[in-house]
Ligand binder design. Structure first.
Ligand SMILES: Cc1cc2nc3c(=O)[nH]c(=O)nc-3n(C[C@H](O)[C@H](O)[C@H](O)COP(=O)(O)O)c2cc1C
Length: 768
């Protein structure tokens, strides 16, 4: 054993449970003897005797109108002692945890001097009222700040403190304490500090924290609390504490140390008030007690903290929890502000100066800010194309060279084809198609106002959307016994008119894929990760090969899929962090409520995203552009990648559809091939989800201008494109679309479609 080890073993820490100072009043004989005994026994005692200074302050406080010279003040202080020897005056306070012995005025005089500078913000009468108040504090981060502020202001007579936790080094960014206190109970730490400020204040410690078993004792033993200050992390305790406080008509105050959020619930004045302003009324509160995992706690936490009103930095950090940060950030400035706000509200409640319940923000960033608020990064203006109206469609139809003659359309056939077309997938479910039945021909349009993306200057997305739509029409036509002739992009250079369809009668031919048109969907559920046999892959490839120049390539090896997951996840991260990509996904495509989705009947209805509750919360938080700007600035936002990794890990294959060239007609054909594969997958009971971000975004850089992307984003996307090319071994073929395929349960929701009338236009009065 080294000398150091031996010395450390011999040394003992102070007694970790002690928090009550010991008072000796030498005027009483017993106390005097005990004090003498202490002085003999404790040879390492440090003695502090500044009583004379306190007496001088007392003399001034007793008569503020008197003006003393320093000699006069000195004399007045001495004469205040009368015949009592200085050492016998007042009280000696022993702090056993630090072995200090301090000579102080006794309680009444001490309190008078210590609160002298409160006058008249707090009058003497008000101070006496406050001295009768009993306050409980649960949770000692913000709680410590509140407790110390109230102690300094002397706004209580008894304080009950509860927290089961001990001090850790990472607490010291916000809890005021010395490093020698690490490992000490937070309650004891606070109680000691209060005792050092004012040994006459009564503090009762609940070092075991609060539970259902002791909440009533905490609220009532020794007299009912006048106010409960609730600052704990546990959802269950938040709820029980409020339920019991409400039953006992004790008001509750809470600070949430973000944007100066303060909640006040006046159960004393409003006994029927729902707890937490009714924000958790829709939940089964009994479940809060059993909530252990984040998933279980979130339904309670989200309404309590209010996702919509959280600070941008808190939102951004929330997305980083367990990725680049361990848990919620909390700053000393917020904790100190919270301490001040709660102590202030407590005083005004106690003095009958404040009666409201509610939620308030004392947001210093909002209140104290530069005249010109800093704007968050705005994305390049994107001139969305004008919506296609009927006269424009007619004009385009008139302009195109006519191909072949057509039989007169039977109204039901036209409807059946358009109905099949509408079932096609489209990016963001924006359904960018329109149809015009005009002089015996069916014109198929792409309406850029509905579907164009500012990150798709190479127009790959419309090609896939419209190709899928045409494939459905073509399958349906065969089933109906219509032989169709389809002329793609009849007006060179104008992408609005995608195809003109003429029909003639033939024998109906039923392609089994046609049966799948109404069943195909995007199923974002996780799969069971079973391996995929060769058979289904062969069958899927075969329906793709039916389309000239198209092919399907599969990744099934777990390592290859994992590595492709990284590629996809990186591209998706670029998309959500990019202001345009963010806007398109979260503002243009997402439908955040069922009523929104039911109203527009397009876009991405939240339930179709198949998100776990934690993911949904993250998703809603990510919708805040300013929070995402911060993540982009911090080069963070990797939590999004986790969702992609998990989804791909649950899949059985990733399939890439490719074609030979990037010209518009080939891309349209490739879109048809995508739909064929998707329908085949549906037929074989496979779930399919597009995961095409590396292809779609890199296409914008390779074949378009890459506008709206920064140099670093473009470089990264080109790198990701190279990874796709290499992983699937496609050489110089053009990659079009990626889907992950899995064996999964049916989706919990299906995407909606706008009504037929919004797509189909005609002189022939269709629909009837
Ligand atoms: C070109 C294109 C890109 C798509 N990209 C994605 C995507 O990145 N992520 C996703 O989950 N779904 C994606 N989808 C699927 C669409 O969101 C989906 O097709 C649409 O919401 C309609 O739903 P349905 O396929 O169930 O009919 C894409 C679809 C298309 C056609």
């Amino acid at each position: 054993m080294t000398l150091l080890t031996e010395a450390l073993r011999g040394a003992s820490a102070d007694d970790r449970d002690l928090y009550r100072p010991v008072l000796f009043r030498p005027a009483a004989r017993q106390d005097r003897a005990a004090l003498e005994d202490l002085l003999k026994r404790e040879t390492h005692l440090t003695v502090f005797d500044h009583l004379h200074g306190q007496l001088m302050e007392l003399v001034k406080a007793l008569d503020p109108s008197m003006k003393y010279s320093s000699e006069e003040l000195d004399a007045a202080a001495r004469s205040h002692l009368g015949t009592t020897a200085s050492e016998d005056y007042g009280a000696w306070v022993h702090y056993p945890w630090s072995n200090r012995l301090v000579h102080l005025l006794d309680e009444a005089e001490f309190a008078m001097v210590r609160t002298d500078r409160n006058r008249n913000k707090i009058t003497s009468e008000e101070q006496s009222v406050l001295a009768s108040k009993k306050v409980g504090v649960i949770g000692l981060s913000v709680g410590q700040s509140v407790a110390l502020t109230m102690a300094q202001e002397r706004s209580f007579g008894e304080l009950r403190l509860a927290d089961f936790d001990t001090l850790e080094l990472s607490n010291l960014n916000r809890i005021r304490s010395g490093v020698h206190q690490l490992g000490l109970s937070k309650v004891v730490n606070t109680a000691r500090e209060i005792a050092e400020i004012d040994p006459y204040l009564k503090v009762v410690c609940f070092t075991e924290g609060i539970s259902e078993a002791n909440i009533d004792r905490f609220l009532s033993d020794g007299g009912k609390l006048d106010l409960l200050i609730e600052e704990c992390d546990s959802v269950a305790v938040k709820i029980i504490a409020r339920q019991r406080a409400k039953a006992l008509r004790i008001p509750v105050v809470m600070d949430t140390s973000d944007r100066g959020l303060i909640d006040v619930e006046r159960f004393d004045l409003e006994p029927d008030r729902p707890i937490l302003h009714g924000l958790v009324d829709h939940l089964d509160l009994a479940l809060a007690a059993e909530a252990k995992t984040n998933e279980q706690k979130l339904p309670f936490v989200v309404p309590i903290i209010g996702l919509e009103t959280m600070s941008k930095r808190m939102k951004a950090s929330m997305l980083e929890i367990e990725s680049t940060v361990g848990t919620w950030p909390q700053l000393a400035t917020s904790v100190v502000l919270g301490g001040a706000l709660v102590a202030d509200i407590h005083r005004r409640i106690a003095l009958g100066q404040f009666t409201s319940s509610g939620r308030w923000f004392v947001d210093s960033e909002e209140l104290l800010r530069d005249a010109e608020p800093l704007q968050s990064k705005t994305h390049d203006a994107f001139d969305a194309p004008k919506a296609l109206d009927l006269p424009t469609m007619q004009a385009l139809a008139e302009r195109c060279a006519l191909v072949g003659a057509s039989i007169e359309w039977v109204q039901d056939d036209a409807l059946a084809l358009v109905e099949a077309a509408m079932q096609a997938p489209s990016a963001g479910n924006l359904q960018p198609w329109k149809f015009l039945l005009h002089e015996g021909r069916l014109y198929v349009f792409h309406d850029g106002a509905l579907g164009d993306s500012a990150l798709d200057s190479g127009r790959l997305i419309p090609a896939v959307d419209m190709g899928a739509c045409l494939e459905n029409m073509s399958l349906k036509a065969s089933e109906l016994g219509l032989s169709i002739a389809l002329q793609a992009y009849p007006i060179e250079g104008d992408h609005r008119l995608v195809a003109v369809i003429t029909v003639s009668r033939s024998t109906p031919v039923k392609d089994p894929l046609a049966n799948m048109i109404g069943m195909r969907c995007t199923n974002r559920r996780k799969g069971d990760a079973r391996s995929m046999p060769l058979g289904p892959m062969k069958e899927m490839r075969s329906v793709v090969l039916d389309v000239d120049g198209c092919d399907a390539h599969f990744l099934t090896h777990i390592d290859h899929m994992r590595s492709m997951a990284e590629t996809i996840a990186k591209a998706e991260r670029i998309r959500v962090l990019n202001p345009i990509g963010h806007h398109e996904l979260f503002e243009k495509e997402m439908r955040w409520s069922t009523s929104d989705a039911a109203r527009t009947r397009d876009g991405l209805d939240l339930p179709t995203m198949e998100l776990k509750l934690t993911e949904e919360v993250g998703f809603r938080v990510a919708a805040d552009r300013k929070a995402m700007d911060l993540l982009a600035l911090w080069d963070a936002g990797r939590a999004f990648m986790k969702m992609t990794r998990e989804a791909i890990a649950s899949s059985s294959a990733i399939v890439l559809i490719s074609c030979t060239s990037n010209d518009p007609r080939s891309l349209l054909d490739a879109g048809r091939a995508v739909e064929r594969l998707w329908l085949k997958a549906t037929e074989m009971g496979l779930a399919a989800t597009p995961c095409s971000a590396p292809i779609l975004l890199s296409h914008h850089v390779r074949h378009g201008q890459g506008s709206g992307l920064q140099r670093t984003e473009k470089d990264a996307l080109l790198q990701l494109f190279g990874e796709v090319q290499a992983a699937f071994g496609i050489g110089d073929r053009e990659p079009i679309f990626l889907l992950r395929l899995s064996y999964a349960e049916a989706p919990s929701a299906r995407s909606l479609r706008r009504p037929l009338q919004s797509f189909l236009f005609s002189h022939q009065n269709i629909p009837a």
